[in-house]
Design a protein around this ligand. Structure first.
Ligand code: SF4
Ligand code: SF4
Length: 173
């Protein structure tokens, strides 16, 4: 989906979501999920020129996928998309995660709903998780549970299922 490298014109700018949300085991960073990287300053990465390979290799979906909306920079939209191995049978090896920071408020975003619908229609494996600048919680595989309403074009059922999944992901434990 993004063999062409970074999308021209999209820069991280003031976004630092991926420097906070993820656990990074690289010894030079060694941080827990949800913890700010020790090298992260108000002006960005203090060791940008010498940052470890882990950081050099990683870009979020917004930086890589031209089809994602221009206004989906993760810190501004609350939507973080990234690639992950697919753990489900009957699907390809590469899946995507959509990690939301604003809970059910995202259900008013037609661009997000359209993205999820397209992924399900195209059988691109998609996981949903939540984050709030802190560690991500558990995730749910969306394709199977959203397949029926997408196939029957039942928008109300589609949103109700998504809302229920967000509610479940918000519950502690
Ligand atoms: S989440 Fe994406 S846009 Fe934000 S800093 Fe990371 S790579 Fe850049
Ligand atoms: S080293 Fe720099 S790029 Fe890597 S996580 Fe820390 S602040 Fe972000």
């Amino acid at each position: 989906m993004h063999e062409g490298g970074p999308v021209p014109g999209r820069e991280c700018g003031a976004c630092d979501v991926c420097c906070v949300v993820f656990e990074i085991r690289e010894p030079a960073i060694a941080k827990a999920a949800g913890e700010r990287c020790r090298h992260l300053t108000r002006c960005g990465c203090a060791i940008y020129e010498t940052r470890p390979q882990t950081c050099r290799k990683w870009l979020c979906g917004w930086r890589l996928i031209p089809g994602l909306p221009e206004n989906w920079r993760p810190d501004l939209s609350g939507i973080l998309v990234y690639q992950t191995p697919c753990m489900e049978t009957g699907y390809g090896p590469d899946a995507f995660v959509v990690a939301l920071s604003r809970g059910p408020a995202h259900l008013d975003d037609t661009s997000l709903l359209g993205f999820v619908q397209n992924m399900v229609e195209l059988r691109v494996p998609l996981y949903l998780t939540l984050h709030s600048g802190k560690a991500e919680g558990s995730s749910v595989f969306l394709n199977n549970i959203l397949g029926p309403p997408v196939r029957s074009k039942d928008g109300a059922a589609f949103i109700a299922i998504l809302a229920r999944q967000i509610e479940k992901l918000q519950q502690p434990g």
